[in-house]
Ligand binder design. Structure first.
Ligand SMILES: C[S@@+](CC[C@H](N)C(=O)[O-])C[C@H]1O[C@@H](n2cnc3c(N)ncnc32)[C@H](O)[C@@H]1O
Length: 296
């Protein structure tokens, strides 16, 4: 294992808020299969998410499968996009929360392959955890606190990476984020990113509208996301259909699309919980633009 395991007493563990802890608890089986992410999770106090986990387990006892499929798919996609050529690349994880995607990328990182994680809060402590775990590689990872819906703040977070010729190739990850950003805010984010670098890939994970989910399954996202929405006092969750995503991007982007059934197939080699495209509610578009946009 690289770095030292973060062996801490309960009172030294970093306390994570309930909704963020919930995602980490759902994904814990996935993180525990890898030494670095296991050590990272061991440094967090996820107890605040246990009540929400029990509540959502009553609605769907296998919901962790959704999160693990999503995390596996996004990690594999970002790795493939990163190594598809030798050009300098910056992976930008927007609304990164406590997701340790940067740790999964560590074997690929270098002076010219970097990661920037952005969230509203908690990023300084997150970087300290990375410094403890991967002291040699943590310099290639930046953890920045900013509101990504403010164009100036997003530019400021990304511009230090600029070398005078524009940002290097960008791989932008939006995982577990797009439901919490209004459509106008998302268009603003995509415009800002677009102005920064010609060559970019965007991994856009999103919630589908109810009408695109089968009758038997619709109650699961409806009950869980309504509860989350009320819990965080948000007025509505933003959903996207497959066609709405390329429509927000310039025509220079090519888009591939993956339903949860595709993500499950990629992870386990078959279908178990998601036999059809409409049996899932979270999907992922992978949009690419630029001279280097041959599909991975
Ligand atoms: C459900 S969490 C997902 C975390 C992580 N991406 C994952 O999938 O495990 C959503 C994250 O988006 C962040 N977020 C929401 N709005 C944001 C904004 N305007 N600027 C930056 N981060 C934001 C939240 O703080 C939260 O950490």
């Amino acid at each position: 294992m690289r770095g030292r395991d973060v062996m801490k007493s309960k009172k030294e563990l970093y306390p994570v808020s309930d909704t963020a802890a919930l995602v980490m608890l759902w994904a814990s089986e996935y993180y525990r299969t890898k030494p670095l992410t296991r050590a990272y999770v061991n440094g967090l106090d996820l107890s605040s998410g246990e009540e929400l986990l029990r509540c959502y387990d009553r609605i769907c006892p296998w919901y962790h499968e959704v999160i693990i499929n999503r995390k596996h798919f996004i990690s594999q996609t970002v790795q493939a996009l990163t190594v598809k050529d030798d050009s300098p690349v910056t992976i930008v994880n927007l609304g990164a929360g406590f997701s340790p995607l940067a740790l999964e990328m560590v074997p690929l990182l270098s002076d010219t392959r970097r990661v920037i994680e952005i969230d509203l809060a908690g990023m300084r402590r997150k970087h300290e955890l990375y410094e403890e775990l991967v002291p040699e590689q943590s310099g290639w990872i930046s953890c920045i606190e900013a509101d990504i819906t403010e164009p100036g703040a997003l530019m400021d977070a990304l511009l230090p990476e600029q070398d005078g010729t524009g940002l290097p190739r960008l791989i932008v990850v939006m995982e577990g984020l797009t439901y919490y950003i209004r459509r106008s805010g998302m268009e603003q984010i995509l415009d800002t990113l677009s102005s920064l670098s010609l060559s970019q890939s965007i991994v856009f994970e999103h919630l589908k509208p109810c009408r695109l989910i089968s009758d038997e399954r619709r109650f699961i996202p409806y009950e869980i996301f309504s509860h989350v929405r009320d819990h965080i006092a948000y007025d509505q969750m933003t959903t996207y259909s497959r066609d709405e995503i390329p429509a927000m991007l310039s025509p220079a982007f090519t888009c591939r699309y993956y339903d949860m059934s595709d993500m499950e197939r990629q992870r386990i080699g078959g279908t178990r919980y998601f036999p059809t495209a409409d049996s899932g509610w979270l999907s992922c578009a992978v949009a690419e633009r630029g001279a280097l946009s041959k599909p991975v």
